[in-house]
Design a protein around this ligand. Structure first.
Ligand code: NVA
Length: 372
């Protein structure tokens, strides 16, 4: 066993796949407020996800893990904790946790290091505990593994803009997009905050989305933590930015898939183009006529795909047009039924963390451009 992964496409040897067990609709807190009036959880209510949904999600996660194993990829799984308990620190208390389906939100592998992100939801503060058994195993097996954790945040009220959600939902779309571009959202700059899933790894370049869960101080912390990398804060025209891996998706050296509705900063596109990368607009996601209950993700979860190597990618089985598009770009597509997993926090990329990909650190962007 080894820890080694520098980008999103090198051949995958070992991966962590999440579990849906015990996932909760979280109690409201400053950073997030669930509101599913038609699905039995109106604003202010909380509780376990319906048992039949949890079972269906776990069936798809287990089948995905089995398929990966059959392809010779080692699979590790988290150890869920009781997410229905009250969690507390000296600063706050919250009646529920969340779950451990999307390990990508919490952990990122950069080279021989696995880093635990700060997170900014109180309900997710203790989620790292689910991954500790795997991290301990890796630490014991691989003498070169670096096990790091970002400063655990206080998450007092000072970390959040008071009344943000009540105010933000009254702002028209253009105003919301201006707020996103200025990164004037729910998080203050009290302390570094980031989710691991806001980081996209392209070798020496790490692109970090400023979002509802990642602030400027979080990016600054990452920049200081990875001095051998170029760490770039980026935003897209998405009114509810949350995790970069349904927006700006590396496919292989020279090719990035972009959920084009979420326009990229022209300077970012130029940086890719002057370095001979092709930016491809993804086709519209398949119609989610039967949009899953209790889901907080958009249909752009379609592009939340997982590379097995630079020529092979796992895509949700219903996303047939996207599969055709990827085929036409020379990629082999492995269709994976995964719709039932969406309401538990994401798609195939969210549900996984690369532990070992072959390959080393490379610079895919030798030319500087604008602020990049
Ligand atoms: N929050 C994103 C999904 C993240 C993988 C979206 O809803 O598009």
């Amino acid at each position: 066993m080894r820890v080694n992964s520098w980008n999103g496409w090198d051949p995958l040897r070992h991966v962590l796949v999440g579990r849906a067990d015990g996932t909760m609709v979280q109690a409201p807190e400053p950073a997030v407020q669930r509101d599913f009036p038609e699905d039995g959880f109106p604003l202010g209510t909380y509780g376990p996800m319906p048992a039949e949904m949890t079972e269906a999600a776990n069936e798809q996660l287990d089948a995905f893990a089995t398929m990966l194993t059959r392809r010779g990829i080692r699979v590790s799984r988290p150890t869920p904790i009781d997410f229905a308990q009250t969690f507390a620190t000296p600063d706050w208390e919250i009646p529920t946790g969340f779950g451990c389906m999307p390990p990508r939100d919490v952990l990122i592998t950069v080279g021989t290091e696995i880093l635990e992100a700060t997170m900014c939801y109180r309900s997710r503060w203790f989620e790292y505990l689910c991954y500790r058994p795997v991290l301990q195993e890796l630490f014991e097996a691989d003498p070169d593994m670096r096990w790091e954790t970002a400063p655990k945040p206080r998450l007092t009220d000072a970390s959040f803009v008071p009344g943000f959600w009540d105010e933000y939902r009254t702002v028209p779309k253009t105003g919301q997009l201006a707020r996103v571009a200025a990164h004037d959202l729910v998080l203050t700059e009290e302390e570094p905050l980031f989710d691991a899933a806001d980081i996209a790894r392209f070798g020496r370049d790490l692109f970090v989305q400023l979002s509802l869960v990642t602030n400027r101080k979080g990016v600054d912390w990452l920049r200081r933590h990875f001095p051998d990398h170029r760490v770039h804060p980026v935003t897209f025209t998405n009114t509810h930015p949350l995790h970069i891996d349904a927006t700006w998706v590396p496919l292989r050296p020279g090719l990035v898939l972009h959920a084009g509705e979420r326009l990229a900063d022209p300077e970012l596109v130029k940086y890719f183009e002057v370095n001979d990368w092709q930016v491809v607009e993804a086709v519209q996601p398949a119609s989610w006529k039967h949009y899953p209950r209790l889901s907080f993700c958009s249909p752009w979860l379609a592009v939340n795909i997982l590379n097995l190597d630079p020529g092979t990618v796992c895509v949700e089985a219903g996303e047939v047009r996207l599969a055709d598009q990827l085929n036409s770009l020379g990629m082999e597509v492995v269709p994976v039924p995964f719709r039932a997993v969406g309401p538990f926090g994401g798609g195939l990329h969210c549900a996984t963390v690369d532990i070992w990909r072959e390959g080393g650190l490379e610079d895919y962007f030798p030319r500087r451009c604008g602020r990049f």
